[in-house]
Design a protein around this ligand. Structure first.
Ligand code: GAL
Ligand code: ZN
Length: 660
């Protein structure tokens, strides 16, 4: 495996570079990522490139024995460009533009911005593409970061209309798909259509969903121009992008498609604040960690789901392109990080399929926005906690290499689809019904059984998975139903959850009995559905071991037709869980939104039938993963945890790792 660090030579006097490079090598780092925010220094005036400093920085790093990753600098254009061409600035849903002085303030559909982006990437590619010291490229930086995924400018409006014409051909088709007869929205000329900005009260969800898809594809297209240039100018070098884990605004599968592998930026102490309220049942406190976990480790399952998603983007080993190695600066509390914690994070990533860890950043900056962010070195250049922790990892490199050489397989897949996510975000029906939260219930249940899982897009081949869970296949049509039917005919087990098949891909409700396009597959009909208020539940009767009621939150009553009921509501209304044999496989429909315990009971039942492996009774706070013959046990609490693995009793210390 590889270790590396993000470095900003442009932030430090040149006399310091050799010392930094020497220290990086001495520490045992292999790679260094540079240049992703240095456009203003590379091209100080239009078309006038200054490569001298970058040449020298690469010389110094390479002479020390470090391989270099270059970032294309398009996340932060120079001031001369934004001032000469203000039309490149991103416009938000309120019509306000984002000004110079930050990053990610540009529009992906601006022809001007695209042209300048291509020019700088072309110039960089011509200069460094075949340089043997450059092993790979990162395109831009964190597409969509800082709430920048959707732009509402005139250029985007025009590109959106073009896209809609391609998709619908004739206006009647668009009016029908969006249901514009409602509230007299009918369009009689393409020019009347605009992005769904905040000037609209109660937006049309079909209009918005198409805009979200368009906005996501805009970045796919923007990125592709850079990929095309670098494929030509930097043959044989890898091309990647640093994703943001559970970030919801862009379809990360689409973004990852043209890349060689995916990477993400992992800041665990920031994740409770960013994700807890989205992932845990309503009422989770966003401002604090789960007290179960040590205060400086973040929530391992939140981090874990992001690892699995990133691995799933290419169904391949991934990198951490930015790994937190001390305190961060952007959350509410930004706790200090203690010795042992960065090592725990590295092992956690490796357990999930990472094959490289690049720390963010080499040395804490003395100025500008991120002054309070740590690096491997403190502001004064002395080693900080991550530096010391990396020395501990150096002593374990042989074991790390052995583990990373193993495949990260998963026999279970969770169907994951951004359009489903967006559709439910637009019309959750009950406010706290979130797609990620529903996925997370199943994920947690699997993780606590030590079972690995891939997140699977609707476009993937499903056959590698013995069990495919669709927490909700919300937007469904005939082709999806056919694909799922083929999967089950070939022996797959499909578990469908609530709200499956409720809508068409246009984000309109199906006119068929529920679950719409998936009804034949389910062999059952949803005869009624409702969101339940907090505190209300309906008991269930079932022979599935440990699956007990009440069903809460969201319930659907099922009438089993060709399916067999496996659970029934105690109020006599109908079935709560059905099973339908399809070819060599079967389809289950779970008619209520499960708690983690309910999901766990059902998954254990299925794992037993499918003879999948799981780990018994993992204590809370202990995370376990398998890579090949290795089992990695990670303790995210302060206290030692005792556990018995294959009849072998062992103890994992607080914030410690044991590899068996
Ligand atoms: C990342 C970003 C880096 C830096 C870091 C600080 O999201 O890519 O450039 O800002 O956060 O935590
Ligand atoms: Zn725009």
């Amino acid at each position: 495996m590889k270790f590396g660090v993000c470095y900003y030579p442009e932030h430090w006097p040149e006399e310091r570079w050799p010392e930094d490079a020497r220290m990086m090598r001495e520490l045992g780092l292999d790679v260094v990522r540079i240049a992703e925010f240095a456009w203003a220094k590379m091209e100080p005036a239009p078309g006038a490139y200054d490569w001298d400093w970058l040449d020298r920085a690469i010389d110094v790093l390479a002479e020390a024995g470090l391989a270099v990753i270059l970032g294309t600098p398009t996340a932060a254009p120079p001031a001369w460009l934004t001032r000469a061409h203000p039309e490149i600035l991103r416009v938000d849903a309120n019509g306000r533009f984002r000004d110079h002085g930050t990053r990610r303030h540009t529009c992906p559909n601006s022809p001007t911005y695209r042209q300048f982006s291509r020019q700088i990437v072309q110039a960089m590619g011509e200069r460094y593409g075949r340089d043997p010291r450059i092993i790979g490229w990162q395109i831009d930086n964190e597409f969509g970061g800082g709430g920048s995924a959707r732009c509402y400018c005139e250029q985007c409006a025009a590109a959106f209309r073009t896209r809609l014409r391609e998709k619908y051909g004739v206006l009647d088709a668009l009016n029908d798909a969006w249901g514009t007869i409602f509230w007299s929205q009918t369009y009689t000329d393409w020019a009347q259509i605009r992005p769904p900005s905040d000037h609209i009260d109660k937006k049309n969800p079909s209009h918005v969903l198409d805009y979200y898809r368009f906005a996501s594809d805009s970045f796919v297209g923007y990125q592709q121009e850079q990929v095309d240039l670098l494929r030509r100018l930097a043959p044989g070098r890898f091309i990647t992008h640093n994703f943001m884990g559970l970030f919801r605004d862009l379809d990360q599968f689409g973004m990852a498609a043209p890349l060689d592998f995916a990477t993400w930026d992992n800041y665990p102490t920031g994740n409770p604040e960013r994700w807890r309220t989205l992932l845990y049942p309503p009422g989770a406190d966003a401002n604090r960690n789960d007290p179960l976990y040590a205060y400086d480790v973040g929530d391992p399952h939140v981090t874990g789901l992001a690892h699995e998603l990133t691995r799933s983007l290419k169904n391949a080993p991934f990198w951490i392109m930015e790994q937190q190695c001390g305190h961060i600066n952007w959350a509410q509390f930004n706790p200090g990080v203690r010795r042992g914690t960065p090592r725990l994070w590295t092992w956690h990533a490796v357990a999930a399929g990472a094959e490289a860890i690049v720390y963010f950043r080499w040395r804490a900056t003395l100025y500008a926005q991120e002054q309070y962010h740590s690096g491997l070195l403190r502001h004064d250049g002395s080693p900080d906690v991550g530096y010391h922790d990396h020395l501990a990892l150096q002593a374990e490199r042989a074991l790390l290499d052995a583990v990373t050489a193993q495949p990260a397989d998963a026999p279970v897949g969770i169907l994951f689809d951004y359009a489903d996510l967006w559709a439910l975000q637009l019309q959750p029906h009950r406010q706290d019904f979130g797609y990620l939260r529903l996925v997370y219930v199943y994920y947690l249940a699997l993780r606590r059984l030590g079972m690995a899982v891939h997140l699977v897009p609707k476009t993937a081949v499903f056959t590698p998975y013995r069990l495919l869970i669709a927490p909700t296949a919300h937007l469904a049509d005939g082709p999806l139903a056919q694909k799922l039917a083929d999967y089950t005919h070939n022996g797959g087990t499909l578990l469908l959850g609530v709200r499956s098949g409720f809508k068409t891909p246009s984000n309109r409700v199906t006119d068929q009995p529920l679950p719409g396009a998936l009804r034949d597959l389910a062999g059952a009909t949803v005869t009624s559905w409702q969101a339940l208020p907090p505190g209300v539940g309906v008991d269930i009767h079932t022979a599935v071991p440990h699956l007990t009621g009440p069903a809460t939150y969201w319930i659907e009553t099922l009438a089993a037709e060709t399916a067999v009921p496996l659970a029934a509501y105690a109020d006599g209304s109908g079935a709560a869980l059905t099973e339908h044999g399809v070819g060599n496989g079967r389809v289950l429909y779970l008619g209520f939104y499960p708690t983690e315990a309910q999901a766990r009971a059902l998954l254990l039942h299925l794992a037993g039938q499918l003879v999948l492996e799981w780990l018994p009774d993992l204590p809370p706070g202990l995370v376990a993963a398998r890579r090949g013959p290795y089992t990695i046990l990670l303790n995210f609490t302060e206290q030692p945890i005792a556990y018995t693995l294959n009849a072998r009793p062992l103890v994992v210390g607080g914030r410690d790792v044991v590899v068996i």
